[in-house]
Ligand binder design. Structure first.
Ligand code: SF4
Length: 590
């Protein structure tokens, strides 16, 4: 591996293109991907940088494993600032873009400034070129992907925005050629604010591997574990993430109607099993993945990607909609328009609850699937009520003077797990670096519901500070290596460290990598604090803290956040919620 990581650095405003190099010693500190992206983001932005201003960079970062043939490890990260939350934002996706960048000889793609008119950025081994995209204005994601595929060949990596990104909807997503989303936090709005409709990457070189023999050995062992683990070998391939619908329902944490209640009894109307039986016509997945958790579904002759668990929940039961056909249509539409499904659902459910309480006038009612389809179109176009909905649930509810009905943390709408029955997940939502996110928080559902790596009680609070901190650190490692979280269900940090050593020649133990994960979490916290996101925002919507669950397996529970937060801050070494000088020095952070 080269002693430097190479970045193609493009200023869309001036058209200037730079080749920048990052010393390997710095890359190792942050591993690559999400970690390196956060470090560069701190270099390039300041406390006053506006997420939608032209100064905000889009940093596409590969990981050390990208393109090396590691299972579920062909992903890449995008780091920027979130126009929805104001926090640091990283988002991790599967698609050919990361692998294509590596093959073109680039480890990173940094995009700054804003183009004067709607453009496509084409990247190859020799550099980058800006091309006009005016005729694509307003076009849906699959239309743009189809055109790019016909022009540049189907093997290139692509990242595109839909109409929602062009209209700078604050939770617009970026989609890859495999309809995999960079969904959360509004990266699509940042790309839209730069007048960038699409990025196409073509690479023709080889990805270097330090020791192929050593890699072969560890891959054989890793693949055996992936094929033996019940989740990665059976449940995810068979049902995809919607396998969680009935599991979470039985656990008493499957939310309905903007978290006003949880589902009880098994759902037959919208389960993963029904989705597989009635609507799934194929599996899909990220490049280089054996698990392939994605679903291709068809409704009335129209095919599309998904819904996965979160989309199914957010656009279905979260809106009191249980008709699976209607849910699939809504999920397909969000993908086509380039909208994050969780924030779309969370904003609609907030509007529905405000409307039902006569706090705010709305055409939206719980259970009305036709109104939801119409509203999704209005949001993407920022027309009528859609313009207000496009700002997200926090802004919507604040304007109505009723923020408590917005189910979000730091402005990011929550996914489909009621934290009252999974206390650790509640702490994870409260402390995640990008707001109310199950993944950046540490995905405690693995421990509290699925029993991975071992079962801990969801109703217990003692010890959750340590569980969340450790899960967050490991998540940061996975995102920075650009591997998939699901593969970490079967493979411990030791396997990942052996893969990294084989590919890069870096000799790192599993604990060295966990230390890097801790460094990344601390860096993101520092970045957020510098941006004015104070620890007081490590909280949850009032509903979870003071309204006990009324029914189901966790009836009577509220989230006991204060106890867990105290333990978490102590475990992290963050007095008052902020890394102090001693902690920064210990981790080599200024
Ligand atoms: S398990 Fe699913 S999300 Fe993960 S890499 Fe495979 S297809 Fe992508």
């Amino acid at each position: 591996m080269s002693p430097h990581w190479r970045a193609l650095d493009i200023d869309l405003s001036t058209g200037r293109i730079f080749n920048t190099e990052f010393p390997e010693s710095r890359v190792r500190l942050f591993l690559g991907g999400r970690g390196l992206g956060a470090a560069i983001l701190r270099d390039l932005t300041g406390p006053g940088t506006e997420p939608l201003g032209s100064d905000t960079p889009l940093i596409f970062a590969t990981g050390p494993l990208t393109g090396a043939g590691v299972p579920s490890g062909d992903r890449f990260s995008l780091s920027t600032l979130s126009p929805l939350t104001g926090t640091v934002l990283d988002t991790n996706s599967g698609g050919r873009l990361g692998r294509s960048l590596k093959r073109a000889g680039w480890d990173l793609l940094i995009i700054r400034g804003a183009a004067q008119s709607l453009s496509i950025l084409k990247v190859d081994n020799s550099g980058g070129e800006l091309l006009p995209a005016g005729e694509m204005r307003g076009e849906r994601v699959s239309t743009v992907l189809g055109k790019l595929g016909r022009t540049y060949g189907k093997s290139c990596g692509m990242a595109v925005i839909g109409p929602a990104g062009e209209r700078v909807v604050r939770y617009a997503s970026i989609m890859t050629e495999r309809m995999r989303a960079m969904g959360r936090g509004g990266a699509g709005a940042v790309m839209g604010s730069k007048n960038l409709k699409a990025i196409v990457v073509m690479g023709s070189g080889e990805v270097k591997v330090h020791d192929r023999g050593r890699l072969k050995v560890v891959l054989e062992e890793s693949n055996r574990w992936l094929r033996a683990h019940p989740v990665t070998s059976k449940a995810l391939p068979a049902l995809g993430t919607p396998m969680l619908v009935n599991i979470c329902t039985r656990a008493g944490i499957f939310p309905m109607a903007n978290f006003r209640r949880v589902a009880v009894g098994e759902s037959k109307a919208y389960s993963g099993e029904l989705l597989a039986r009635e609507f799934t016509v194929g599996r899909s997945g990220c490049t280089g993945c054996y698990i392939r958790c994605g679903r291709i579904t068809e409704v009335d002759g129209v095919r599309g990607e998904g819904p996965e668990y979160e989309s199914l929940w957010a656009l279905g039961p979260n809106l009191d909609i249980t008709d699976l056909k209607a849910i699939i249509r809504a999920a397909h539409l969000c993908n086509e328009l380039g909208l994050d499904t969780i924030s779309t659902g969370g904003t609609l459910s907030c509007a529905m609850e405000l409307g039902s309480l006569d706090i705010r006038r709305s055409s939206l009612n719980f259970g009305d699937s036709e109104a939801v389809l119409k509203a999704i179109g209005l949001i993407a176009a920022r027309e009528g009520e859609g313009d207000e909905l496009a700002e997200g649930s926090r802004t919507l509810s604040r304007k109505a003077g009723a923020e408590e009905y917005s189910m979000q943390v730091k402005g990011l709408e929550l996914p489909g797990y009621d934290p009252r029955g999974v206390q650790g997940q509640g702490l994870a939502y409260a402390t995640s670096s990008r707001g109310g996110c199950h993944l950046r928080g540490g995905y405690l559902i693995a421990r509290e519901v699925l029993g991975i790596p071992k079962k801990v009680s969801g109703r217990e609070v003692l010890g959750k500070g340590g569980h969340v901190a450790r899960a967050q650190d490991f998540g940061a490692v996975a995102d920075s290596l650009s591997s998939c979280r699901f593969a970490t269900f079967a493979l411990t940090q030791e396997y990942w460290s052996r893969m990294v050593s084989a590919v890069t020649g870096w000799e790192m133990s599993g604990e060295d990598m966990m230390r890097a994960g801790e460094r990344i979490i601390n860096l993101e916290r520092i970045l957020n604090v510098e941006r004015g996101i104070e620890p007081e925002q490590d909280t949850l919507p009032r509903r979870f803290l003071s309204e006990p669950l009324g029914e189901g397996a966790c009836a009577g529970e509220v989230v006991r956040l204060d106890d867990m937060l105290e333990e978490y801050y102590a475990r992290r070494g963050w007095p008052g919620g902020v890394p102090d000088r001693e902690k920064r020095e210990e981790l080599g952070l200024s």
